[in-house]
Design a protein around this ligand. Structure first.
Ligand SMILES: NC(=O)c1ccc[n+]([C@@H]2O[C@H](COP(=O)([O-])OP(=O)(O)OC[C@H]3O[C@@H](n4cnc5c(N)ncnc54)[C@H](OP(=O)(O)O)[C@@H]3O)[C@@H](O)[C@H]2O)c1
Length: 431
C-alpha cells in the first residue's frame, strides 16, 4: 500500500526531495518495497515553476491542508521560519503523522515541545537535514555511535563562514569583499547575519549536544562569537604561527559538565579541521569506544540537504510499513545540561594589539596579563614603525586562562594609552 507524503514547501530543499523521490521511485519500490506518493504540496505562489510535474490539484497555498489530510502519513516541513512552522509541525505530530524537517532554527528554539509531542503521539520526528546537510551526523550520533560515551565534538558547522574564511586565507583578503563574493556565488544569503554571527552554528551545536550527551542545551546559553572582526592581518599571523582560522562549534565533557562554544579559532595546520575548505562542513567526534572519527561533506545545497531528508523519510516509511513505532531513544524529556559557565571556559588566546612603537609598552601589557594570572607563551613584534610616533602590531599568545580573566585583562589593556585600537582576541584550539 502506498504511503502518503505531504510536502510543506517546494523551494530549494523541497524541490530536491521531490526530484530524488521521482528519480529513485523504482529503487525504493523494487528494493525496499516502498511506494511513496506525494499527495499534497504547500507553497506560497502557485504560479512558480516547480522541480517536478504533479497534478495541479496536489498544490495548495494552505499548509494546514497538508497537516490535516488523512491520506498523508508523513509530513516533510521544508518551509523554514519558526512560528508558523512550529504550529504546522505540532499539528502534524498531534494528528499522528511522522514529520521530517530540515529546520534547525525551529528545533533549536522550539524543539523541546516538538520532541515531547513526538513521544506523546508515538510518531517520528526526523531532522537529519537540519545539521550539516548531506552528512549523516544525526544518524551517526543516534545510532552508529550508540556504544560510546561521547567525550567531545568539534565541528565546522556553517558552510557560509567556512567559505568566507577559506577565501580570506587563500586570497589574503579582508572580510567584507569575501562576504560579497560568497553572496554572489550563492554561498551566503542576502541577510547573512545568522551565519556570520555564529547563531546558525550555535543552533546546530545545541542539537548535536542533545544527541551526543542526551542533555538539553539551549543555543542561547552557548558562548557565541562570529567572524566579522577577523582581518587579513590575523590570517597572516595565524599562518606564521602554524594555524588556520576556522569558525568552530565545540562541545565537550569537562568533569561532570558540558562545555559548549562557537567562535573563530586558531586551528593547528596539522589538524584535519584545518583542511576543510570552502563551503564544506566537518565534525570530529571522540567516542569512548571508537576514539576520534571525522565526518566530512556538503553541509547545504539542494541535493545534499534533500539526501538527508529522504534518508529520514525512507527510515520512517520502512518502520511504518513494518508496523513499528519511531526508531532510537526518545529525545524528550531530557535533563537540562549543566554547562560550564562561560566565564570559566579555559582557552589559550591569540591577542593582537595595535600599539605605539615606544619602550615600556610590552611591560605594561605583560603586567596586566600577570595581574589576572595569565601567562604569555609567545610575543611577536616585527620591525619598527616607519614613522616617528607610529603604531605597530604586537602579538601575544597566552596559555590557557579562564574566559572571565581574559576579558578583564583585555578591557584594561584596551584602556592603556599606548594601545590605539580595540584588542583582537582569537581563541586557540588545542585538540
Ligand atoms: N537551502 C539549503 O541548503 C538548506 C540546508 C539545510 C537546511 N535548510 C532548511 O530547509 C528549510 C527550507 O529551506 P529552502 O532553502 O528550501 O527554502 P526556500 O527555497 O525559500 O523554500 C521555501 C518553500 O516554502 C514555501 N513557503 C514558505 N512560506 C510558506 C507559507 N507560509 N505557506 C506555504 N508555503 C510556504 C515556499 O513557497 P514558494 O516556492 O511559493 O515561495 C517555498 O516553496 C529551511 O528551514 C532551511 O533552514 C536549507
Amino acid at each position: 500500500m502506498a504511503i502518503g507524503i505531504g510536502l510543506i514547501g517546494m523551494g530549494v530543499v523541497g524541490g530536491g526531495v521531490a526530484r530524488i523521490l521521482r528519480d529513485r521511485e523504482r529503487e525504493f519500490k523494487d528494493v525496499r518495497g516502498l511506494d511513496l506518493d506525494i499527495r499534497k504540496v504547500a507553497v506560497r505562489d502557485l504560479s512558480k515553476p516547480r522541480a517536478i510535474d504533479l497534478f495541479p490539484d496536489r498544490f495548495t497555498t494552505n499548509p494546514m491542508d497538508v497537516v490535516a489530510d488523512p491520506t498523508i502519513q508523513i509530513v516533510v516541513e521544508v518551509m523554514g521560519g519558526v512560528d508558523a512552522a512550529y504550529d504546522l509541525v505540532l499539528a502534524a505530530l498531534q494528528n499522528g503523522k511522522d514529520v521530517v524537517t530540515a529546520n534547525k532554527a525551529l528545533l533549536a528554539e522550539r524543539g523541546d515541545s516538538l520532541f515531547e509531542a513526538a513521544v506523546q503521539n508515538n510518531v517520528g520526528l526526523g531532522f537529519e537535514a537540519s545539521v550539516c546537510g548531506g552528512i549523516p551526523i544525526i544518524q551517526t550520533l543516534s545510532q552508529g555511535l550508540v556504544a560510546n560515551d561521547i567525550q567531545s565534538l568539534y565541528g565546522i558547522l556553517n558552510g557560509t563562514t567556512n567559505y568566507i574564511l577559506t577565501r580570506m586565507t587563500e586570497a589574503g583578503a579582508d572580510f567584507d569583499p569575501m562576504l560579497k563574493e560568497a553572496q554572489d556565488k550563492g554561498f551566503a544569503e542576502a541577510d547573512p547575519t545568522m551565519d556570520i554571527d555564529g547563531t546558525d552554528a550555535a543552533q546546530k551545536l545545541a542539537l548535536l549536544c542533545r544527541l551526543a550527551f542526551r542533555q538539553r542545551v539551549s543555543s542561547g546559553d552557548i558562548l557565541k562569537e562570529g567572524i566579522s572582526h577577523i582581518t587579513a592581518l590575523d590570517i597572516d599571523f595565524a599562518r606564521e604561527l602554524g594555524y588556520t582560522i576556522k569558525l568552530l562549534g565545540i562541545a565537550r565533557v569537562v568533569g561532570n559538565r558540558i562545555e559548549a562554544r562557537v567562535h573563530p579559532a586558531f586551528v593547528p595546520h596539522h589538524a584535519l579541521l584545518a583542511d576543510i575548505r570552502n563551503e564544506f562542513n566537518a565534525v570530529e567526534i571522540v567516542g569512548s569506544a571508537v576514539d576520534a572519527q571525522v565526518f566530512y561533506g556538503k553541509g547545504a545545497g539542494e541535493l545534499p540537504t534533500a539526501s538527508a531528508v529522504v534518508a529520514d523519510l525512507i527510515a520512517i516509511a520502512e518502520r511504518r510499513k513494518a508496523g513499528l513505532g519511531p526508531a532510537g531513544a526518545p529525545l524528550a524529556p531530557l535533563p537540562e545540561a549543566d554547562l560550564v559557565p562561560i566565564g570559566d571556559i579555559q582557552t589559550g588566546s591569540y591577542c593582537r594589539l595595535t600599539v605605539y612603537d615606544k619602550p615600556g609598552v610590552l611591560a605594561q601589557v605583560a603586567a596586566l596579563f600577570a595581574g589576572e594570572n595569565i601567562s604569555i607563551e609567545t610575543v611577536i613584534q616585527h620591525g619598527r614603525s616607519e614613522t616617528e610616533g607610529g603604531t605597530v602590531p604586537l602579538i601575544m599568545i597566552t596559555h590557557d586562562a579562564p574566559e572571565a580573566a581574559m576579558q578583564r585583562a583585555i578591557t584594561r589593556i584596551g584602556n592603556l594609552s599606548a594601545v590605539t585600537e580595540k584588542p583582537q582576541i582569537i581563541r586557540i584550539l588545542h585538540p
